[in-house]
Design a protein. Structure first.
Length: 54
């Protein structure tokens, strides 16, 4: 899971809290990546995930 943040100083803690809340005991590999901007000016956070099923 990759999470892109336009303001990592402000958004890292809330995003990590939501990550833990929604994924509970699952801890997929992931990265928080600070970026200058995303595709749309109003976009602050982008999440990219890949899921595998058996």
């Amino acid at each position: 899971m990759e999470i892109y943040l336009t303001n990592p100083q402000e958004h890292s803690e809330p995003v990590i809290g939501l990550f833990k809340e929604y994924l509970e005991k699952h801890r997929p590999a992931g990265s928080l990546i600070g970026v200058t901007y995303l595709a749309f000016p109003e976009q602050l956070i982008e999440v990219m995930a890949v899921a595998h099923t058996d």
